[in-house]
Every structure is written in structure tokens, then in C-alpha cells.
Design a protein around this ligand. Structure first.
Ligand code: FES
Length: 280
């Protein structure tokens, strides 16, 4: 390809490019910036008629200024009437408020009823009331069948036999506790299971035939008289009554156990101890 031919092609291309630029520039002169109207638009505007008589903007504005305004018809304002709450019904807030108050009242009521039921000792025959323990003969049979001890859970009491041979000594010690002594005369004693030291439940020890507390080692003979350990006295006991051979234990009447050193029965350990080696 000769140099002259290349130059000719470049010149032709430049001429074509220049023509394109000139044609595009000529088209862009139809719109002169924002708001300018094109030639077609101006032509259309000249042909259009605004209103019946107005042909210019000023005439249009003058025509608008002389046009009568349409006045709105007067409206009568109704007086305010408060809505009827019954007609409106219960709002969501009212519903939640009433529900909360109802539930709170029910909870407090149930709690109060529970407290009253708990404090109302004797109403249902539970601990704190008089409990029918059955026939004395049957109880003694149960004591012997259980190797010296009979536990009555409802009364939280141990029932053991009181030897008739010791009644004379018992009267000197327990004579002032008539409801306790009455049980001894009938051949039994009802001991509160609670240790007078710090309140542990005192279990029986069948090998020694004593009561021996596993908390700190207090020991009591079979009728609840202290034999060893840190307890300040013998086991507390309940008032009892015997009517027509039926034993009633009044768990609402607790008498303090005998002083340390009281030993009306003279019963010593009859075998190995369950706690310690004979006392602390
Ligand atoms: S509670 Fe029984 S010996 Fe301490």
C-alpha cells in the first residue's frame, strides 16, 4: 500500500468525521439549554389557541384574574358529643388492666387461704392437734413387735412403754405434768421426735435400746431421759389421755423433757451404741 493511498484514506476519514461533528452541532442548536423550546414546539405553540380570546401569556393571566372564584357553600358544624363507653366496649388497655388486677387478687387470695389453712391447727387433725393413736393394748403390742419402739408419723412422736415398777419415781419427777404422768400410769410415754439440742430428728437405737441423735451424739434412755451428749435436758413429750382404752396424743401440748440427771427407770444401754461409744 503506497503512502499516497494511505494519506487519501486518512483525509477522507477526517472529512467524514468532520461532517458528522458539524451535523451533530447543528442539531444541538435546536435546544439552547434548559427551558429552551425546540423549533417544533414553538411552531406548535404558534398554531395553538389558548382560551377563546387569549393568544399571549399576558392575555391568559389577565383572563385568569378576571375569572370569578367559586364560593363554597356554608357548612353547619355539629357539636361534639362524647362517645358512649358501653357502646365502645372494653378497650385493650382496659382488658389488660382488669386481667392483671383479677390475677393479682386471685394470687393474694390463694396465698392468704394457704396461710390460714397452715395456721389453723387442728382444723384437719394434723400435727398440732389432738391425734387419736388407737387402742393402748394395740400400741403396746406394736412397741414390742418393733423391739421397744413405735413411731407415729402423724404425731411426730415415738411411743414407748413406761415400766409400772417406776411409777413411784415418775410421780416425783413428772407429777407436775399431769397429762404426761397420766400416760405413764397407762404404761406409755409419747416423746417428741425433735432433739432438744438443735432440733434434729432423734432415731431409736435398737441395739442399745436408747435414742441416739446422729447430729451431735446426744443419747436418751427409752423413756427419753438424757444419758449423754450436749442436749440440755431429756426429750420433750406430749400430753396424752386415755379414754375407754383409746390413746389420744395432744401434739399441741408439748412438755419440756426432764432435767439432766433424771433417771427414773434406771435403764442402762442393753447393747452396742449406734452413735459414738457411749456418749460425748
Ligand atoms: S441435735 Fe441432737 S445432739 Fe445436737
Amino acid at each position: 500500500m503506497s503512502t499516497g493511498f494511505v494519506i487519501a484514506i486518512v483525509v477522507v476519514a477526517a472529512i467524514v468525521f468532520g461532517a458528522i461533528v458539524v451535523f451533530t452541532s447543528a442539531r444541538s442548536t435546536d435546544v439552547r439549554g434548559a427551558g429552551a423550546l425546540s423549533r417544533e414546539t414553538r411552531s406548535r405553540d404558534r398554531k395553538a389557541k389558548v382560551g377563546a380570546t387569549a393568544t399571549t401569556g399576558r392575555e391568559v393571566e389577565a383572563s385568569a384574574r378576571t375569572t370569578d372564584l367559586v364560593k363554597a357553600a356554608p357548612v353547619e358544624i355539629a357539636p361534639f358529643v362524647a362517645p358512649d363507653e358501653e357502646a365502645l366496649g372494653v378497650s385493650r388497655r382496659m382488658f389488660f388492666n382488669r386481667t392483671a388486677v383479677t390475677l393479682m387478687g386471685a394470687s393474694i387470695g390463694a396465698f392468704g387461704a394457704s396461710v390460714l389453712a397452715f395456721l389453723w391447727k387442728g382444723a384437719d387433725g394434723g400435727f398440732g392437734s389432738k391425734i387419736s393413736a388407737g387402742k393402748v393394748d394395740d400400741i403396746v403390742a406394736n412397741i414390742r413387735a418393733n423391739k421397744g419402739f413405735y413411731y407415729l408419723a402423724e404425731a411426730r412422736a415415738w411411743i414407748t412403754e413406761y415400766p409400772k415398777a417406776s411409777i413411784g419415781k415418775a410421780q416425783a419427777v413428772y407429777g407436775s405434768q399431769a397429762p404426761v404422768f397420766a400416760g405413764m400410769q397407762a404404761g406409755i410415754v409419747a416423746l417428741y421426735q425433735k432433739c432438744p439440742h438443735l432440733g434434729c430428728r432423734v432415731p431409736e437405737c435398737k441395739s442399745s435400746q436408747w435414742f441416739e441423735c446422729q447430729c451431735h451424739g446426744s443419747q436418751y434412755n427409752r423413756v427419753g431421759e438424757k444419758k449423754g451428749g450436749p442436749a440440755p435436758r431429756g426429750m420433750d413429750r406430749f400430753a396424752v389421755s386415755v379414754s375407754n382404752g383409746q390413746l389420744t396424743i395432744d401434739t399441741g401440748a408439748v412438755f419440756a423433757g426432764p432435767a439432766v440427771g433424771v433417771n427414773t427407770t434406771g435403764q442402762e444401754a442393753e447393747g452396742p451404741h449406734c452413735v459414738g461409744a457411749g456418749g460425748h
